[in-house]
Design a protein around this ligand. Structure first.
Ligand SMILES: [Zn+2]
Ligand SMILES: [Zn+2]
Length: 244
C-alpha cells in the first residue's frame, strides 16, 4: 500500500516495536501483540492425533476414529486446544468483531505453519476459507474464516480463493440437530463455484475452530471428488473430545 510508511523509517520501527500485550496490557516483547509470558501460558496443543489433531495423552499417535475411518483430509494443523484464553480471544474476534484479536491469532498460526513447513509439512497450493451462509454473513457482517485466510495468505505468501466454496443451503444451527440430520445437512450444505480449478491441487481449508471435524470432512470430501490431490485443514484451535 502506498500510504504505508517505509520500513526503514525510525517512527515506523518505534511504533512497530511498541506493541501492547492484548492479554495483560504490558508492553509486548515479541513481534506480536502478546508478551512472551502470556504466549507461554496459551493452551498449546500437546500430544495429538497426527491426522485430526484431537488432543491425546501422547505424541505421534493416530486416534481410534481416524484409524477406523480415515477422514478425507490428510492433516489438521492447529496450534492450540480450544481452552482459555484462546477461546475468549476467538469469541471476541468472531462475535464482537475485535480485529486485533483475530490478527494476533492469525499471526501466531502462520508462525506455527512456517515451523511445520520447515519440519516437512508440504506447503499447499492455495487457501480456501470455510464459507458462512448468507444469512449468518448478513448478521455478522464478515466471515471470520475469510479474514483468517487473508492474513495467513499474506504472511505465508499463498493465494486465497474466497469464492470457490459456496454455502447455498442454510439449515438450522448444526448444534440444534441430531447426528443423522447433521450429516444429511452437511452433505448438501456446500458446493463449488464453476470457476474452481481443483484438479491435482493441494488445498488448505481455513476455519477458526475444529470441533467434531464433520464440516471439514464434508468440504474435504467435496474437494477431493472435484479432483483435489490433498486437503489439509488449518485452524486456530482444536476442541478435545467431549468429557476430556
Ligand atoms: Zn501479556
Ligand atoms: Zn484423529
Amino acid at each position: 500500500m502506498r500510504c504505508q510508511p517505509h520500513q526503514d523509517n525510525q517512527v515506523y520501527i518505534w511504533t512497530k516495536n511498541k506493541q501492547i500485550c492484548l492479554l495483560c496490557d504490558e508492553t509486548a516483547d515479541t513481534q506480536h501483540s502478546l508478551c512472551s509470558a502470556c504466549e507461554g501460558e496459551l493452551p498449546w496443543l500437546g500430544g495429538h492425533c497426527q491426522v485430526c489433531a484431537l488432543p491425546l495423552p501422547a505424541a505421534g499417535l493416530v486416534c481410534g476414529e481416524c484409524l477406523k475411518r480415515p477422514p478425507p483430509f490428510a492433516r489438521v494443523e492447529a496450534p492450540w486446544r480450544y481452552a482459555f484464553p484462546v477461546d475468549s480471544l476467538i469469541t471476541r474476534f468472531k462475535h464482537q468483531a475485535q480485529w486485533p484479536m483475530g490478527r494476533l491469532l492469525a499471526g501466531l498460526l502462520s508462525h506455527h505453519l512456517l515451523h511445520a513447513y520447515g519440519e516437512g509439512l508440504p506447503r499447499p497450493d492455495l487457501l480456501l476459507p470455510v464459507p458462512l451462509g448468507r444469512k449468518r454473513l448478513r448478521q455478522r457482517g464478515f466471515n471470520q474464516a475469510g479474514m483468517l485466510a487473508g492474513w495467513l495468505g499474506a504472511e505465508l505468501r499463498l493465494p486465497v480463493q474466497n469464492h470457490w466454496l459456496l454455502r447455498p443451503l442454510e439449515g438450522a444451527h448444526q448444534q440444534e440437530l441430531d447426528a443423522a440430520a447433521r450429516k444429511r445437512n452437511l452433505r448438501r450444505a456446500f458446493a463449488l463455484h464453476a470457476s474452481a480449478e481443483l484438479t491435482g491441487r493441494h488445498i488448505a481449508l481455513v476455519d477458526d475452530v475444529l470441533t467434531t471435524g464433520a464440516t471439514a470432512a464434508a468440504i474435504a470430501r467435496l474437494l477431493r471428488q472435484a479432483g483435489a490431490a490433498r486437503v489439509d485443514i488449518y485452524c486456530l484451535a482444536r476442541t478435545p473430545k467431549p468429557g476430556d
